[in-house]
Write a protein that binds this ligand. Structure first.
Ligand code: FE2
Length: 318
């Protein structure tokens, strides 16, 4: 009998799961967050994805490492992004653990969160109610019942996209949300500054899709959302969802002429499937007047990653 592909996928994920499930990691003090050009950095942020927080103390403590790591850096980090799959099952006690950590540090960093399929798929209404209300508290903004929003930090804009209903593993991005993206990108990029857009799901045919995951793309509105992104210059798209690890699938140039780039952030918890598969790895971004640098960092252990695909540098088009 042929096993359905999603069962095969879950069996593979289960086998690849980090065996050190309940270990509480210790942060090193030897390799603090330090930028390539500390004097001239204009904005910096850490991007992590797929925390899949279960209701376990170890997971809450390990999430806190990301905050302690960036806060105790040699250079100041302005923001932290979590690209979806906040909680493992979308349960109230999982969100309590997650947002307890985020709220503890909300005065130290601007915090951006979006929901992933694990948040949306079982209890969309209750999960989005919790997440939206927490986002409003973290950023001091009003979402008016919508899960998507934008916020400026140091004069740079972050736009956060999010599914508006449960569509199994994909996203539903309404016409209104696409118009919001268009309007915000237009505003954010007028003076030539880079803009950062986050969504849990990546675009189809990027980052190894569909080979790495037959149904792992954004879904029905994929082409429309991507077309809007490609109209503007210096747009950096950040997604989670794929649990790819630090590997050749991390970077995807969406539009070379306009410098539109997509970066697939490895999973903070649970499995990663290719390259360096350590848990707790994300990318830390340094923004300068003329360039944007992304460097892979293990936020659980407090160390920069070395080797292939651990550093990406993009010149800003003027
Ligand atoms: Fe995930």
């Amino acid at each position: 009998m042929k096993v359905p592909f999603f069962i095969e996928k879950y069996i593979k994920q289960f086998r690849a799961m980090n065996p050190k499930y309940d270990i509480i990691y210790t942060l090193s003090q030897d390799d603090p967050v330090a930028f390539r050009d500390s004097e001239n950095v204009k904005l910096s942020f850490a991007a992590i994805a797929d925390t899949h927080l279960p209701n376990r103390e170890s997971a809450e403590k390990n999430l806190e490492n990301a905050f302690l790591d960036v806060i105790n850096g040699k250079d100041r980090t302005d923001a932290l992004l979590l690209a979806g799959d906040i909680a493992d099952y979308g349960l109230k006690n999982e969100y309590e653990r997650f947002f307890r950590v985020f709220n503890k540090y909300k005065n130290d960093l601007k915090l951006f969160v979006t929901m992933g399929n694990h948040d949306a798929r079982f209890f969309y209404k209750s999960a989005s109610r919790i997440v939206n209300s927490e986002i409003e508290g973290l950023l001091g903004i009003k979402l008016h019942g919508k899960p998507y929003y934008s916020c400026d930090v140091n004069g740079y804009t972050f736009i956060v996209l999010c599914t508006e209903k449960a569509v199994l593993e994909k996203a539903y991005i309404s016409k209104e949300q696409i118009e919001f993206l268009d309007k915000e990108l237009s505003r954010a990029t007028t003076d030539g500054k880079p803009c950062f857009v986050m969504c849990h799901q990546p675009f189809a045919f990027t980052h190894g899709l569909p080979e790495v995951w037959k149904t792992g793309d954004m879904g029905e509105q994929n082409d429309e959302v991507r077309a809007v992104m490609e109209k503007y210059r210096n747009v950096f798209f950040i997604n989670g969802h794929l649990h790819g690890g630090v590997c050749h699938y991390v970077e995807e140039i969406l539009n070379k002429e306009n410098n539109v780039v997509s970066l697939s952030i490895p999973g903070y918890r649970k499995e990663n499937n290719f390259g360096q598969v350590d848990a707790g790895v994300g990318y830390i971004c340094e923004v300068y007047d003329n360039k944007v640098i992304f460097r892979a960092r293990n936020f659980l252990t407090g160390r920069y990653m070395t080797g292939e695909y651990t550093e990406f540098c993009y010149e800003i088009l003027k």
